[in-house]
Design a protein around this ligand. Structure first.
Ligand code: HEC
Length: 159
């Protein structure tokens, strides 16, 4: 009887051991999957790419180290008139939040999405991913002049 009990005890231990292992494996697997999903949804599905300068009239843009306040003031005015229907500085509206844009995008890319949104949304990999993320809502071409776009780009630095 003692022998049988010991046998039962040991085999239960073995059974528990192996099922624990399985559970742990499953848990690990789920956890990795969850973390991946979380990263994607928190950082948004659209990749960050600071080297992509976009497609359009602006081939490059390097900001001065100091922010130009006069340009910011002009840009703020234009932003209020032409962008606030869809964008807020902080938090999503119809389009993405503007704060921190240069942590995600090259300044030239920003200029090109302002000046050439239609082609960007068709051809540029980041813009295409954004379009999918934002339910195919098109960022419309506002026919901004380069000066206006540049002022807005400076304003976005100040957020
Ligand atoms: C009709 C709504 C609408 C208007 C008006 C609009 N946008 Fe957008 N914008 C969007 C949407 C939506 C996106 C995301 C891409 C897409 O789905 O077209 C976007 C994307 C952007 C992006 C890229 C954001 C990122 O995270 O990479 C920038 C920068 C931007 N807009 C700036 C502006 C500025 C500046 C103006 C004003 C001149 C403006 N937008 C006007 C809807 C709009």
């Amino acid at each position: 009887m003692k022998k049988i009990l010991t046998f039962l005890f040991v085999s239960t231990l073995i059974a528990c051991g192996s099922s624990n292992e399985k559970k742990e494996d499953g848990f690990k697997f789920n956890r990795t999957k969850k973390e991946e999903t979380k990263t994607v949804s928190e950082k948004t599905a659209t990749p960050i790419d600071l080297n992509n300068k976009g497609i359009g009239p602006v081939k490059d843009l390097v900001f001065d180290s100091a922010i130009d306040d006069a340009l910011v003031a002009n840009g703020a005015k234009a932003f209020k008139q032409k962008c606030t229907a869809c964008h807020k500085p902080v938090g999503k509206l119809i389009g993405p939040a503007m704060k921190g844009i240069y942590e995600r995008r090259h300044p030239a890319w920003v200029m090109n999405i302002l000046l050439n949104p239609t082609e960007m949304l068709k051809e540029d990999p980041i813009a295409k991913a954004l379009l999918a993320e934002y339910n195919n809502i098109l960022m419309i071409n506002q026919n901004l002049s380069q000066e206006e776009a540049r002022a807005i780009a400076e304003y976005l630095r100040s957020l």
